[in-house]
Every structure is written in structure tokens, then in C-alpha cells.
Design a protein around this ligand. Structure first.
Ligand code: F6P
Length: 559
């Protein structure tokens, strides 16, 4: 049975499952990863799982089968299975905004299997299908050159203007699926209100062959609206002889706000709608994925959706102990709430996944960066860790030093594809070797005895060895997960993103927080609007502290 969101309170440190895990942690804290691997030759088999085209190895975490069963007890105590079902059937689990959370419906097969999903009297599957058809038609028209610019030129450049979920998803996916992209089309992404961002793109494109996709769920976001207006002005100034009516060939919108789109001057026929039950950071599956569909074509876009759906089906149906998103989430809970890790580093060993860490930053930190539970009570335990990272092998030559020998223990998620999308000999083996070597090094470390023996074999004196020994010793026992896929394709990428979405969901349920609102972003937005007025109009020093007033004064003098 699904649960109603209202009966969810925060996870309390005195919950029986939490206490059992604390005791277990205290009793096993001396266990090292080296010991665990030496004691059990089957460890890799026991602590790995395959689902929806992905393979997860979580053996390099300081946990045992006892740890996992206590974590499953915690998941059961927190009603993860019931809450999971509540999400899939469209209960309004986003209680602070009274919204259902149905990104899974965006990738459900058509025609729908089973009973229709009806939210507020609307058939969700039918709505999704209708918009997908609109996306299919439009992308086909642009890609086949039947949609052209105002003076008959085919579209060569697509500029997605959006921010947050209206940027990070399509940007990350377009980069990841670069080998699948249409040869004629160049994709650009503008998000920052800093004019350098838009300026850099406008300086590369020809207005006559450029299509702007204005992507904003609300169509009120300051950054996106300012960039959209500047792009519109630029177009009218730079497209020879273009009239206002020509804008229709070059500006389309993706939004839930029809009135806002009309007010901007985009014909609602050129608007691709979506719905308030799609969170911004979950919207790449909705029409916010328009830029993706333009880049890779609608057929491959449906493969991307199907990959996510395969992970949805696995997540919804697999028992907790055989459920990849649940396991990934619980391992994260173990690291965060019992082993005390404050951050999680994401290391994709695939250059095309370069934007994946920033995408996950929004997905995880905007979703679970909360200090109050669904029932309004303050949480009493740590919630979302800081998410950060970069592609391997680049990160190895920047911050991996800290991961190996720093004072904090930071778990790492390694992500790699076994097969490359290029044909350059030798690179893929070198890349994977580095990926596996890093996780092995984090796990094993290098003991003082090993370091001493190595230096002795190189003929160093005992005095030199004593001086260098502490610096060259690696503590090891540093946890990591490794996620493998056969190849980075639309389907495997869809599955990977859905894996993390569901991981975030499970962790939110365990912590008892609402993963689907983002009130924390509001305060800065409101203050920025006031300060912008003061920078270009009258200052109001009585509204601010001396630091903010000082900064405003310096900027006013320069602007
Ligand atoms: O940063 C807050 C936020 O509301 C995100 O959740 C969202 O993805 C982003 O702003 C952009 O919002 P919109 O799509 O409405 O422009």
C-alpha cells in the first residue's frame, strides 16, 4: 500500500533500525577493506548487481552482508517500498507544492500498460504522448530541412537558453551523446545571466540559420528571460531585413507557462508544453529534452526514454536487496550517516560525461539539500552530502591527492563504459586501467611495511626511508562504487540518469524530507532583484549591512 506523504517524519537517531546500524558500525569500525577482501574471495560477486544495462560494484565499501541487511531494515522501517509506489501512482508526494512527481510517466511506453494514470482529471499518458508527437514532428522538420530560417536557410545552430534543470539536463545529455548527433547541427547552451555567456555564443552563429529554444518551466526565471530578450534583440538587429514576424522561424519555447510564452512573442503553436508534476531537475525527459531530440533525432530520443523506463521498471519491481537504486542509496546512507562522509565525488571515466557531475549536483543537492522534514520538524541527522567531481583521468592530476591522502574520507562513484565510441587504439585500455587502478588504490592503500620494502629494494638508506615513509604511505580503506555500462548510448545514459534519480528518491524517503521542492533557492533570487534595482536606480542603504552597501557602492561607481 502506498503511504500518504503526511505521515512521514524525519529519520530520528532513536529509530530502532538507526540504532542497530550505529551499534553495528561501532562494532565493525576496525574492519578494513583489505581484511574484508582477504577474508572473502566471493566479495565481488556478493556485492555487485546488474540491472537495466548497468553493472554496479559496491564491494569496495566497508560493509558486510550484516550491514546490508540492517540497511534493508532501515529502508523497510522508512517505508521505502510504499513511498516508491506512491510516487509511481501519482500521489502528491511533493507536499509543499501539492504536486505529484511523475517524471517516470514521461518515459512510460505508449500505449500505456494497465490503467490510465489520471492526475487532476487529466490523462497523464495521453498528454505525454501528444507532446512527444509534437516534438517528433518538429525535430524531423528541423533535421530534414523542411523547417528553415526566415530567408530559407536550413538551421545549422541550436541555442538552448535555460538554467538549472532547463539547461543542465539537455546540456549534459547532448554532450554525452555527441557521437549520435546530427552532423549539420551544432548545439549551444546559454544559462548564465553574465552576458559573456550569450555573447560568446552569438559571436559564433549566423542569425539566419540559428534556432533559439527558450527553455523555462516557469518562463519567469530572471537569467533565462534576460538572455531570451537579448537574443531576440540581437536577432532583429543582425538578421538582414528580418521583421518581427520572422522571429517565428527562429524562436520556440519549452514551458508550462503559456501566457508567459505568448507575452514574450512566441506563438503557442511553437511552444512545447509540460506539466507542474515534472520537477525542473527531472525535466530532460519532458519537452525540456527538445534540444536533445533535435541533436540525436526522435528515434534515438525514444531509446533514451526507454533506457530510463527499464531502470524505472527494475526500481519499481525488484525486491530491496536486488534493487540497484535502493542499494546505491543505502550505501550512500551508510557512508553519510554512519561513516561520516561529508561529500561524494563523481568520477566519470568518459570524456563525454564531462557534465555529469554538475548535472548530479543539481539532482542530488537541490533535491536532498534540506534541513527540515516533510512534517516541518528539523532533521536530526545529516542529509545530502556535497556532490562534486570531474572526468577521469583529469581529476587524478588535480584533486585525487586529497582523496588518497587527505584528512577527510570522500567516497567516489566511478562511472565507465567498457567500449569506446572512438577507434583510437590503446586509449580505452589506458582509461579503464586508470579507473580500476584508482579504486584499487583507494581500497588497498600502501602500508608502511610495503613502502619500506619498496624503498629498500631501490637502495635508499634507512635514514632516507624513515624521512620519506610517512609521506609515501597511503592509508587506504577509502570507499568507492564502480558503475559500468557496455557503451555510452542513449539507452544506457537514460538508465544511468534514472538510477541516480531513484537513488536520490530513496535517500529522501529515508531522511524523511521532500526531495521535490527547492525553497532554498528563493531568498537569493529575491535579494538579487532588489539589489539589481539599486545598482541601476536608487540605493537603499538602510536595507543592507555595511559589507553589502560597500559592494553596491563600488559597483555603482563602475556601472
Ligand atoms: O534553481 C531553481 C530552479 O527553480 C530549478 O529548480 C530550475 O531547474 C531552475 O530554477 C530553472 O527554472 P525554470 O525552468 O522555471 O526557468
Amino acid at each position: 500500500m502506498p503511504t500518504t506523504a503526511h505521515d512521514i517524519s524525519s529519520l530520528k537517531p532513536d529509530s530502532p533500525a538507526f540504532i542497530a546500524l550505529q551499534k553495528h558500525h561501532a562494532a565493525t569500525t576496525k574492519q578494513t577493506l583489505r581484511d574484508l577482501f582477504s577474508a572473502d574471495s566471493q566479495r565481488f560477486t556478493t556485492f555487485s548487481i546488474e540491472a537495466a544495462g548497468l553493472f554496479l560494484d559496491y564491494a569496495k565499501n566497508t560493509l558486510t552482508t550484516d550491514t546490508m541487511s540492517l540497511l534493508y531494515d532501515l529502508a523497510r522501517e522508512r517505508k521505502v517500498e510504499q513511498r516508491r509506489e506512491a510516487m509511481f501512482i501519482g500521489e502528491k508526494i511533493n507536499t509543499t507544492e501539492q504536486r505529484a512527481v511523475l517524471h517516470t510517466a514521461l518515459r512510460a511506453p505508449w500505449p500505456p500498460v494497465g490503467a490510465p494514470l489520471v492526475i487532476d482529471g487529466q490523462d497523464v499518458n495521453a498528454d505525454v504522448h501528444a507532446v512527444l508527437e509534437q516534438v517528433a514532428k518538429f525535430t524531423e522538420a528541423v533535421r530534414s530541412e523542411s523547417w528553415r530560417g526566415y530567408n530559407g536557410k536550413p538551421i545549422t545552430d541550436i541555442v538552448n537558453i535555460g538554467i538549472g534543470g532547463s539547461d543542465l539536463g539537455p546540456k549534459m545529455v547532448c554532450q554525452a551523446l555527441r557521437p549520435f548527433q546530427h552532423a549539420r547541427l551544432t548545439m549551444h547552451f546559454v544559462s548564465n545571466v553574465d552576458g559573456h555567456d550569450l555573447d560568446a555564443v552569438l559571436s559564433q552563429v549566423n542569425p539566419a540559420s540559428t534556432l533559439f529554444v527558450i527553455a523555462s518551466k516557469t518562463f519567469t526565471t530572471m537569467e533565462t528571460m534576460m538572455n531570451a530578450h537579448s537574443a531576440r534583440t540581437w536577432f532583429l538587429q543582425h538578421a538582414d531585413g528580418a521583421q518581427e514576424s520572422d522571429l517565428a522561424h527562429h524562436f520556440v519555447a519549452v514551458s508550462t507557462n503559456t501566457e508567459g510564452v505568448k507575452a514574450f512573442g512566441i506563438d503557442p503553436q511553437n511552444m512545447f508544453p509540460f506539466w507542474d508534476w515534472v520537477g525542473g531537475r527531472y525535466s530532460v525527459w519532458a519537452s525540456i529534452g527538445l534540444s536533445v531530440a533535435l541533436a540525436i533525432g526522435f528515434t534515438q530520443f525514444t531509446e533514451f526514454l526507454a533506457g530510463a523506463h527499464a531502470m524505472d521498471t527494475h526500481f519499481r519491481t525488484a525486491p530491496l536487496a536486488q534493487n540497484m537504486p535502493v542499494i546505491l542509496a543505502l550505501v550512500g546512507i551508510w557512508q553519510r550517516n554512519f561513516c561520516g562522509s561529508a561529500s561524494l565525488s563523481i568520477a566519470p571515466y568518459h570524456q563525454d560525461l564531462g557534465n555529469f557531475p554538475s548535472y548530479l549536483q543539481q539532482l542530488e543537492m537541490e533535491s536532498n539539500g534540506k534541513r527540515v522534514a516533510i512534517d516541518g520538524s528539523p532533521v536530526e541527522i545529516k542529509t545530502c552530502p556535497v556532490i562534486w567531481g570531474n572526468v577521469g583521468t583529469n581529476g587524478q592530476h588535480a584533486y585525487f591527492q586529497l582523496l588518497h591522502q587527505g584528512t577527510d574520507i570522500t567516497p567516489v562513484d566511478f562511472i565507465a563504459a567498457l567500449t569506446a565510441s572512438h577507434h583510437l587504439p590503446g586509449h580505452q585500455a589506458a582509461l579503464l586501467a586508470n579507473c580500476f587502478a584508482q579504486s584499487e588504490a583507494f581500497m588497498r592503500g600502501k602500508t608502511p611495511d610495503e613502502v619500506r620494502a619498496e624503498m629498500q629494494s631501490k637502495g635508499l638508506s634507512e635514514a632516507e626511508i624513515d624521512a620519506l615513509l610517512p609521506h609515501r604511505t597511503f592509508p587506504g580503506n577509502r570507499p568507492s562504487n564502480t558503475i559500468l555500462m557496455e557503451k555510452l548510448t542513449p539507452a544506457s545514459l537514460g538508465s544511468l540518469i534514472a538510477l541516480y534519480e531513484h537513488k536520490v528518491f530513496v535517500q529522501g524517503v529515508i531522511w524523511g524530507i521532500n526531495s521535490f521542492d527547492q525553497w532554498g533557492v528563493e531568498l537569493g533570487k529575491v535579494l538579487a532583484t532588489h539589489i539589481r534595482d539599486e545598482l541601476i536606480g536608487q540605493p537603499s542603504p538602510d536595507q543592507h549591512d555595511s559589507s553589502t552597501n560597500g559592494l553596491i557602492a563600488r559597483a555603482r561607481a563602475a556601472l
